[in-house]
Write a protein that binds this ligand. Sequence first.
Ligand SMILES: CC(C)=CCC/C(C)=C/COP(=O)(O)OP(=O)(O)O
Ligand SMILES: C=C(C)CCOP(=O)(O)OP(=O)(O)O
Length: 268
Amino acid sequence: MDSPSSLKESMLYSILAGGKRLRPTLLLMTIDAFDQDSKLGIDVACAVEMIHTYSLIHDDLPSMDDDDFRRGSLTNHKIYGEALAILAGDGLLTHAFEVISKSECLDSHSKVDLISQLAKASGPEGMVGGQVADLEGEGKSLTIEALENIHKKKTGALLSFSIYAGAKIAGGTKEQMNHLAQFAKLLGLAFQIQDDILDIEGDETKIGKPIGSDVQNNKSTYPHLLTMDGAKEQLLKVVKEAKSHLYKANVNHEWLEHFTDYMISRDH
Ligand SMILES: CC(C)=CCC/C(C)=C/COP(=O)(O)OP(=O)(O)O
Ligand SMILES: C=C(C)CCOP(=O)(O)OP(=O)(O)O
């Protein structure tokens, strides 16, 4: 890539810092659930992780959550300064679309569809809009519906895109796509409830970032609105419903089901 070495270093710093790679794994597993070659989705899987990583770099900035640690390491702006951190995020966001456009595994029609859906999921109607609603909700007591709406966009949209992309690449039918969309929506919700629980009960050394940040930033969370026991009960309910849609999608659901169980039992 012909770009300044400082920019490349800052982009690679956050991409290679680790992370659970949930979104690309979900995308590749979804292709696999249709008995198709998951390699077909490798470029889109990389692209979605680049966009997720950009969002974390920007989320950690002093003007947003002002966090010092991410993925067990210092945040991007702590190492490279704010200007380069913003630009590394911009670089990852835009490079993601270039990677899909150049993919040799997909036809032009699929590329245009995936680029358009990824832009929608990560843009003002999706993740960026959810982040704004999240920032504007700080210090306010939100209803459970308002909280779910924020998470549906802020975190749910990219997770949903990952499953959509896998199913689209694998050639899923409309009915299968509809069930998988419901599964994805509920999986995203389960992810967020567990994230809120871990922010209270988690172990900082495993999570790789300080716990208690939701309370510190005055954010409404599931345990805050439902009590901790209520949030755990809700989590089990959401997962049960998610799995029922997964079964109805009529795909090889084994790995996606394991993934769902991991999502609610994970400790980081
Ligand atoms: C456009 C931008 C910047 C989007 C950020 C999206 C996002 C999911 C941030 C992390 O959420 P969080 O603050 O709830 O999680 P964490 O505790 O990991 O920072
Ligand atoms: C969406 C939220 C809550 C931010 C963290 O996402 P992940 O938990 O997927 O973060 P990494 O493993 O990729 O670091």
